[in-house]
Design a protein. Sequence first.
Length: 631
Amino acid sequence: MHELDQEIERLIHVLKEQQKEDGSWGYPFETGIITDAYMIILLRSLKIDDEEELIKALVKRIERKQEENGAWKLYKDEQGDGNLSLTIEAYYALLYSGYRNEHNPAILAARKFIYENGGLKKAGMYTKIMLATTGQYSWPAFFPIPIETVLLPASFPINKFDISVFGRANLVPILLLANAKYQRKTVLSPNLQSLNFRTNNDDDWEEFQSREWQICYSSLKNAFNSILELPAQLHKKALNRAESFMLERREPDGTLYSYFSSTFYMIFALLALGYAKNDQIIEKAVNGLKNMACRIDDDIHMQYTTASVWNTSLISYTLQEAGLPHQDESVRRANRYLLSRQHHKYGDWQIHNPNGAPGGWGFSDVNTINPDVDDTTASLRALYESTKRDETARNSWQKGLDWTLTMQNDDGGWAAFERNVDKKLLHLLPIQGAEFILTDPSSPDLTGRTLEFLGRYVSLANPKHTIGRTINWLLNNQRHDGAWYGRWGICYIYGTWAAVTGLTSAGVPNGHQAIKKAERWLISIQNEDGGWGESCNSDIHKKYVPLGTSTLIHTAWAADALLSISEEETPEIKKAIAYLVSEGTKQDWTIDYPTGQGMASFFYIHYHSYRYIWPLLTLSRYRKKFMSTLS
C-alpha cells in the first residue's frame, strides 16, 4: 500500500508541476519526423530565410532519428529495413536545408537505401504529391478525383461532405494542386532525378492506373461537363469553390483546421491560385505552423497539431479520480481553461447533424470549428464535479452532452468528428489509406469511451434508447477472439479496454459472454512481467501483434479493463499493478513508442502525457476498489 500511494503521489506531483499558467498542459504531440521534414521543405520553397535556427534544429532532429542503414522508420519494430517514403522525405529535407550535401555520410546512406528500394516511383501517394508540388516529380495525367466534385451539393448521393473532415481538409487543396499541376522549385532545390527510375514510356503513378478507375473518372468528368453547364464555366466555379472552402475553415492562427498537412497543402494551393508568397493569408498560415514547434529534450519538433485540450481534459479528470477535489487549484485552473475552449460556432459537422447545436470541444488549443466526440466526453468528465456548484459549468456541461447525444450514428455507435460518414464505396478510390482518410465510421474505441461516459455520468433512464443501441453495436462488433479494434490507439488492447469499460459502466454484467471472452483474451496476452505491450504492426495486419515487451500505457489500459470486470483482486491484476508501481520511472525505448495512430502505415502518435495519465488513472481505481484488501 505504501509503494502504491507513493507512486500515485509521484504521478500527481509530476502532472501538477508541468501545468502551464493558463491551466492547460502542453505535452508534445509527437508524430515522428515527417512534419519536421515538411517544414524544412516549406520554408525553403518560400525562401523564408529568417528561420535558419529552426531549420538547423530540425536537421539535427531528423539525423538523430536515422537508422544505421541510412533509413528512417515510423516506429522501432516497423517491418523491413526502413520506410521508403519517410526516408525519401527526410533525405529531401536534409538536402534542401542546405546544411547537408550529397557527400554527407547520412545522405549517402539514405540515398543507398532509396536506390535499393525502388526510388521515388515506389514512394507512397502523399510523398509523390509533395515531390510533384515542389518540382521533383511529374504530376499524373489525371488525378483520380476531378476538381469539379467540390461543386456537388450535400444532397447529391456522393459529395465532398461524404468524405471525412480530415479527408476533405487535405484533399481539397490537393485537388487544386493536381488540377494546376503546380510545381514550385527554387535555386536551392536539390536534384533528385537520379532516384527517379523511369523511362519515357513509364507512368509514375501506378496507383491511379487501373483501367476500371480511368473509365469511371472519364464518365464522371463527362457527366459534369454535359449535365451541369459549360466545362470552362464549371471548372472556374470549382476552383473558386475550393478556394473558399479553404479560406472559410481557417482557424484564428491561420492554419486550416489546425492540421499541419492540410495547412501545408493549402499554402501551396493558394500559390497555385496566384497568391504571392508574402500574402498575409500565407504568412499567417506559416506562422501558425511555426507556433506548433515544441521542444523534446534537446530537439525541436514540429507538431502535427497541439494536443492542449486533449491533455488538459484527461489530466484534470485523472487528478480528480486520484483524489484531488474539484476545488484544488490545479483542477480549477484546468477546468477554467476547458470552459474557455468550448465551441460556440457551427462547423461542417452540422451538415450530417442539422439538429445539433454547438457545444463540443476540439483537440488543439486553437480549434474553434472542428469538435470531436472523444475530446468532448473527456472534457465533460473533467467538468462533472464542478457542475454541482457552478451554474456556468453546469450550462456548458449540458450543451456538451446535448451535442454528444446528437452525434450518435444511425448504427448506434459513435465516430470521431461527424455523423454517418461511412460510405464504403469511397474505399474503392485509389487513395492511399482510403479507409482511414475518406470515412469516419463508428469505431469500438470511440463508441466504448462514449458509452463509459454516459454510463457513469448520465441517468440511464434518460437516453435509454441511445445506450441500448450502443451496447448492441459493441456486442455485434467484437472480434471472434474477444478483442475489439481501436481506431485511434494501438490497437486491440486500446479498443478492448474502451469497449469493456464502456459496457460495464452501462450495466452489462461481468458474467456476460462478451465480457468473459474479452477477459480471457486480455489474460492470454499478458506478459510474464505482469504488463502488456502491442506493436503498431497490429494496425497494419488487422490482428493482434505483440510488441515483445511491456509498456506502461498498454499495461494501464489492460489492467483498467480487468479492474472494471473483477470483483476480487485476481493474480493478473496484482501482477499488473506491481508492474505499474515498479516501472513507473523507467527510461527505455518503450517510453517513446507510439500508442496512437492517425493512419495505418503512415501516421503514428507518441503522446508524451500518456505515461502519466493512464498509469495514474488505473492505480487510483485499483486503490479505490481494493483498498481494504491491502490494509
